[in-house]
Write a protein that binds this ligand. Structure first.
Ligand SMILES: [Fe+2]
Ligand SMILES: [Fe+2]
Length: 250
């Protein structure tokens, strides 16, 4: 059920890459172009990742995987690659260059590969949370309609990705043998919390100035991240408020 529902979603959501409006650069102060292109470049690197999980998922042994779920995860990664291409178009429109590597991306990859599929999926789930909050903050706070439409389009898909992740982890808990089910859920919650705290810290360290320029303080970022998870009852978290989140999906 999980696999077939989400496989249909990803198949129906396939689309061509969209370029930003030509007015985008002119809508932003030129002094901001470099910092914005650099910041988006870090996210562009992250969106380009996932090649290993895309390749391995077909044969990985995990009780939570059936053929439609395996294929849905591949299409999910491919959608991230489309985000990477669309972000590259925004970066080029700002006169920026694509980045080849950065320590945050290396740390993210190392964390993802640490302990198998469920750690990889959890790292990706937290990356969705960070992406939603970051893209929406820039879309709302930098005063460019072109940037807003390009980033909101991506953020809305990240929101659906987080719905997928919430459903995936609900399924993971459901297929865990009953005697250890609660323990496994708590371990996943602890992993989620650890990755979330680290990711929020890195987000602020690396992108704090730009987020502040967009009108977002560190506590607002942390609160919005938490709300993204709570609103989806991720791993059974108590429900949180959804009104301020501007959800387009879920
Ligand atoms: Fe993405
Ligand atoms: Fe995503």
């Amino acid at each position: 059920m999980l696999g077939t529902t989400w496989l249909a979603y990803f198949e129906n959501n396939a689309r061509e890459d969209r370029a930003p409006t030509p007015a985008l650069a002119a809508e932003l102060p030129s002094a901001l172009h470099g910092a914005l292109a650099e910041s988006l470049g870090r996210f562009q690197l992250g969106e380009s990742a996932g090649g290993k999980i895309h390749e391995d998922i077909a044969t990985l042994r995990d009780a939570a995987l059936d053929p439609p779920t395996r294929r849905a995860i591949q299409l999910y990664i491919e959608e991230e690659w489309r985000h990477a291409r669309e972000l590259a178009l925004v970066i080029h429109a700002l006169g920026g260059e694509l980045q080849r590597s950065h320590w945050t991306n290396g740390a993210f990859t190392a964390c993802r590969r640490l302990l198998g599929l469920r750690t990889k999926m959890m790292t990706l789930a937290i990356a969705e949370v960070i992406g939603i909050v970051y893209y929406r903050a820039l879309a709302a706070g930098l005063g460019s309609a072109g940037l807003s439409s390009a980033l909101s389009r991506i953020a809305n898909e990240e929101s659906a990705h987080l719905d997928f992740q919430a459903a995936f982890f609900e399924h993971v808990v459901r297929v865990t043998p009953r005697p250890v089910r609660e323990l496994h859920r708590w371990l996943l919650c602890a992993l989620m919390l650890g990755v979330l705290i680290a990711a929020c810290g890195v987000l602020w360290l690396d992108h704090g100035r730009l987020l502040r320029h967009a009108g977002c303080g560190p506590w607002a970022v942390a609160r919005d991240c938490w709300r993204q998870l709570a609103a989806r009852r991720f791993l059974g978290l108590p429900a949180g408020p959804t009104r301020a989140l501007g959800f387009e999906h879920g």
